[in-house]
Ligand binder design. Sequence first.
Ligand SMILES: [Zn+2]
Length: 639
Amino acid sequence: MRSLSFILAISLLSSITSNAQPDRWQQHVKYTMDVNMDVNTNRFSGKQKLEYTNNSPDTLFKVFYHLYWNAFQPNSMMDTRSRELGKIKVNGRPDWDGRVKDRILNLKPDEVGYQKVLSLKMDGVAQNYQVDETILEVKLSKPILPHSKVVFDMDFEAQVPLQVRRSGRDNPQTGVRYSMSQWYPKISEYDYEGWHPTPYVAREFYGVWGDYDVKITIDKSYMLAGSGYLQNPNLIGFGYETPGTKVPEVKGNTITWNFIAPNVHDFVWAADPQFHHLVRTVPNGPTINVVYKYKEGDQKNEDAWKEVADAAVIVLPFIEKKFGKYPYKQYSFIQGGDGGMEYPMATLISGPGVGTAFHEWMHSWFQGMFGTNESMYAWIDEGFTEFATDEVEDFYYSQPSVRAKYDASRLKVMDSVAALLPLKHRGNYQNYFYVVKSGLEEPLTTHADHFNTNLAYSIAAYSKGCLFLSQLGYIIGEDTRDKVLLEYYRLWKFKHPNANDFVQVAEKVSGVKLDWYKEWWTATTKTIDYGIDSLWEEDGKTKIRLRMVGKMPMPLDVQIEYRNGDKEIIYIPQYLMFGEKPVEDKSIPRTTVEPWKWTHPTYVFELKHKIIDLKAAEIDPTQRMADVDRKNNRLELSW
Ligand SMILES: [Zn+2]
């Protein structure tokens, strides 16, 4: 049985390597933008040329753009939604985002954000358009035919909002002057589901891949960092210049920075006159920029940003081995924003924590490279990133060069925490158990903006999404799960996969059906709870009855401990798997028994030993299954 499934697994693996790439169509953009920033009024004017290629089989009669900054105006959807959430108390505290609260309502005219479209032409012909808050709708004078390209030319102006959420100016927490995300009119994504004119209510983005050529003219004292490669580094300086170059003095008050970002679905930048710049190069890899606000005499701040730069170099080989190659020649950690937010080729982080830095960088995979529709699949975006963050952090803190920074007592605490079960993603298991108990849990399939509470969104997207992969390791084996992640990368990077696409890759790589797992875990809030019901002896053999107490089925590892010190795993596949996972721990013999059909509340299996030989039985001894009540998982026999 075991050797048969082994051969089966090998033939499956050889068949996947010859799998063709998926051929799902996607739209394409090429933005050429030229903006002129006035650092006194915090306003800029811009020209945008958008070459839009309709690769779909559909004729498009209209197009939509996002005007994100219009959310930062009193009574916007973002403002109203936040204040409504503020009326809900969770643990005695308002459920609103502590950064947003009712701050938008109180923004003064020179503090609000806006993006105003002054003119819009398609192929030289003026277009009719209407703006409703964060969405611009254009009824085209002429439809865009399938497989054709048009050019939109837009004049626009914008006011940078006072920092409320993600983008803005003068966040007192960081002192950074400009965090420029969602700063330009951006065409919505059109895919096999149609247009996605998702208003900016709170979170999540979905964009079209393409190339960005951005020119920013700004006061010459400001240093910039952002997505894309700087085209004129030797005229700009600020640490971007080729070492040894003499940067010419700038005549006049402004200078124009030119960035080109290829094959990205967004473009971010930040600017400040006190930015400092650290540069690292990963051997055979990208250049790492760390750009942060210099604080006079604050060595701790300097050291912390230096650690971010050095940590990035340490972890990248591990990340690429586990999740696939980083495809760009540059990545920038930029101080800005109001927490941590991911963008292509860069992140804005408000402070120098390596955990946040790892998280945002891992979004380069689970967002930057996959571009899954985050509104619909926040759990893939945040959950898979969270999973990867935990893995990268575990790797980082196990490195001798990193451990050398801590004294013996601190290491002892770190090691004792690391030894607790489950060995990985423990914090995310705890968050999930917490939201289940709170009664506020909602299914992962909920649209990211539609959760009743921020709490339910956060734990669903981050923790339950992380557990999707952690438990997948339990269901198909961790080595197989890791192969799934690499195959997913190979097949789906730069292609906007959805949840089914991931599950199909996982099924092909593992040889196990997993649609049931996706269905129960993401579309319901049903929970897992298995218990040991009873045991008895018949004809010198021990029978053990298990009970499915929860409503979500899973395969079970049941570990039997004998009084002579031997251990054995009884492995009960879930019937709907139509397959089984390989042996994970070769040091413990495993017996595979008949699959458990989920319709059956109990299951009995038999051991060759007498009951007196048994010391203990335990369901899921590794604790990777998110069993909401572990009190009934272990039975100890005291003879
Ligand atoms: Zn994230």
